[in-house]
Design a protein around this ligand. Structure first.
Ligand code: BEZ
Ligand code: MG
Length: 663
């Protein structure tokens, strides 16, 4: 507070429940972000020192995915005494209650903070269902489908249908397509509430969960009876106690329950994969299919065959799919993995142009810091694929990698190898583009600043030897030609508006491409959460998540059951949505209008949020006003006044309880 360092927490006998300080400086989050070789704040380091030395903890239990300790600066693996995670936690045993579906970030916690992970279940899933205007629309559509083609009721009913669709901001005017759109909204899977450690899922939730597992398991054997039994039991608290007793925690591969039922029982130490088998044969086959799907989707949107695609690769999506997204990037370039005689990954090879049947597409990949840490062999393989394509003796009309690399090499007078760098990530030991932090703090004026933050943080190019060096010039030159940006979505629990990392990476690169090339580019999401995958435009994906989650009583009531934390989740949805507006400009204004309708203009709901979590409620109101100020939507004067009034009410309330609004 300016003169003291405060360690926040509450003591219960031998147990201290502490609150890990934030990553940056409270009230000045930008300060850390612009420092090159930053160190944890005094508050952060004092917290761990207090726990270790003053409190004298025998063990630390980090509670829930994920914290800041394991992301502090230092080496990626093999921490030394000079690396911050090690300096902070020392030799104190670290147990970490961690989401079973997040093996990638979990691996960082193991490598960089010596954690023993103890897995917990992600929230149950349910189909979104319909509500209010959507239900009315569905019943009209059902009626319409039952009518004969020449029924004279048709024209009037069609008019009603179109006005009902308009009332829920569905702009589709083809009735057959509306039927599909409403079907998709009804059957999209969403998380239902939050998981509570120590409480098995309810009977209803368990039944529905098993039904979705069965539906997803047509081509494999799943022991549903065993799953049913395991889901009735609590394996998590017993595992925590076992760990604190210094006993063994059994290992298991991480994954999503629907795709990977083997994650049960939870309460186990999750790990990733065999790095030499990625991408697998299955991933290579499926990757080619998904690559064709995104090209077809782009063509259906009226786009020409792209010359350059910007693809974001994460650790999670690749770990859970044996390298599916990596294989997609290779397929776009017309390349494949090369294995040695032991079947271990050895590099990349080109597929013959004749087999490809289209030009090699120039693929710029942006790796998360986590991918870079977890998949060094695959990082080198992708760099090798780009280099092989650039140096192949092929006509440039059939090889866009070569076309662009030759042009850049000539223009900038650099070697072809340098001009063929296509694999970008952070500097060693750094994670994320920090565009998410800019959005969260609101500390930015022009969208250009977001682009600059992205390119400054993510311009480190990996060559064939795996080493990374800053190459902002090459990055900007490739960005200039990007025709669309693309990323896969792999979890039902975490949508692109649930966590801020999607707009941080995919949104960030979209903004950077616009800055470099001068025009907006399309953005696509490859939804791999169900069936054979589906590609949607960003606008459609945001609309789908808004309708099935943020505006859906089933979703928000599930959240609000968890009180304070539920309101925070609602606020995150809104902030992440605004992150997409800021980075891509592709969010429809009705999203903000409907959000306001549901959470602010509705008197009862406004009160509920204010009572449960006034700080997050105030953040919701301020964020909606900020979105208006930045011109992402234009509320009418009545709505605007209501928002301003709600903002003042909430600030008074916060002041009354001695808290500051997050404005
Ligand atoms: C990853 O697995 O690469 C990742 C996970 C969460 C946020 C960003 C990246
Ligand atoms: Mg993270």
């Amino acid at each position: 507070d300016g003169s003291h360092i405060l360690v926040l927490g509450q003591r219960f006998g031998n147990v201290l429940v502490g609150i890990q300080p934030a990553f940056g400086y409270e009230g000045d989050p930008m300060r850390l972000l612009f420092e090159r070789d930053f160190a944890p704040t005094h508050a952060f380091s004092a917290f761990y020192r207090y726990v270790r030395e003053d409190f004298g903890a025998h063990a630390i239990l980090h509670w829930g995915t994920h914290g800041a300790l394991e992301f502090m600066p230092g080496k990626q693996v093999g921490m030394s005494a000079g690396c911050w995670p090690d300096r902070l936690i020392g030799s104190t045993p670290n147990f970490y209650l961690y989401a079973a579906n997040n093996p990638s970030e979990g691996t960082i916690a193991k490598r960089r903070s010596g954690a023993t992970l103890i897995s917990y279940l992600s929230p149950p899933v349910t189909s979104a269902g319909l509500y209010r205007g959507l239900m009315e629309l569905k019943s009209s559509l059902q009626r319409w489908r039952q009518l004969d083609n020449d029924s004279n009721e048709r024209p009037a009913l069609e008019e009603i249908i179109l006005s009902q669709a308009k009332a829920v901001d569905l702009s589709e005017t083809d009735i057959g397509k509306l039927v599909n759109a409403v079907h998709e909204l009804e059957y999209t899977l969403i998380p239902h509430g939050l998981h509570v450690v120590g409480e098995p899922v309810s009977d209803d939730e368990r039944e529905e969960l098993l039904r979705h597992v069965a539906e997803a398991s047509t081509d494999r054997d799943v022991d549903l009876a065993a799953m049913d039994r395991l889901l009735r039991e609590d394996h998590e608290v017993p595992a925590l106690l076992r760990a604190l007793d210094g006993r063994f925690i059994r290992p298991v591969c991480g994954g999503d329950l629907i795709r990977t039922p083997e994650i049960l029982p939870t309460g186990r130490n999750i790990h990733g994969f065999d790095p030499f088998r990625i991408p697998s044969v299955f991933a290579v086959t499926d990757g080619a299919r998904q690559a064709a799907l995104v090209l077809d989707t782009h063509a259906a949107q009226g786009g020409a065959m792209p010359e350059t695609v910007a693809m974001v690769l994460w650790g999670t999506d690749n770990l859970k799919s044996e390298g599916g997204p990596i294989a997609q990037a290779l397929a776009l370039m017309g390349a494949a993995p090369r294995f040695d005689s032991f079947g271990r990954l050895a590099g990349a090879r080109l597929l013959p142009l004749a087999d490809l049947g289209r030009p090699r597409i120039d693929v710029m990949v942006t790796l998360s810091g986590i991918f870079r840490d977890l998949l060094p062999l695959q990082t080198k393989m992708l760099a090798e694929a780009a280099y092989l394509a650039a140096s192949a003796d092929e006509p440039v009309e059939l090889n866009y990698v070569r076309k662009h690399a030759l042009a850049l090499a000539a223009e900038s007078n650099i070697p072809l190898e340098e001009a063929a760098l296509r694999v970008f990530s952070n500097a060693d030991g750094a994670y994320g583009s920090h565009v998410n932090q800019l959005i969260d703090s609101g500390a930015w004026t022009e969208e250009e600043e977001l682009a600059n933050m992205f390119t400054t943080r993510k311009c480190f190019a990996h060559g064939r030897n795996g080493n990374a060096t800053a190459h902002a010039g090459v990055m900007k030159s490739v960005l200039k030609g990007v025709d669309f940006a693309y990323q896969n979505l792999e979890s039902i629990e975490l949508g692109i508006t649930t966590v801020d990392h999607y707009f941080d990476s995919l949104g960030g690169i979209t903004r950077a491409a616009k800055q470099a090339g001068g025009q907006e580019i399309p953005v696509y999401i490859g939804d791999q959460t169900r069936g054979k995958g589906q590609v949607r435009t960003l606008a459609d994906q945001v609309a789908l998540e808004t309708r099935t989650r943020a505006l859906n009583p089933k979703w928000y009531e599930g959240m609000l059951k968890h009180g304070h934390e539920g309101v925070r989740h609602i606020e995150c949805h809104l902030t992440n949505t605004m992150g997409w507006s800021a980075t891509t400009g592709q969010v429809a204004p009705w999203v903000y209008q409907q959000f306001t309708q549901t959470y602010v203009l509705d008197e009862k709901m406004r009160q509920r949020l204010a009572d449960l979590n006034p700080k997050a409620a105030a953040k919701v109101v301020h964020r909606l006003l900020e979105a208006h100020r930045r011109d992402y939507w234009q509320p009418d004067s009545e709505t605007l006044e209501a928002l301003e009034r709600a903002g003042e009410e909430l600030e008074d309330k916060l002041e009354g309880i001695g808290m500051e609004a997050a404005a």
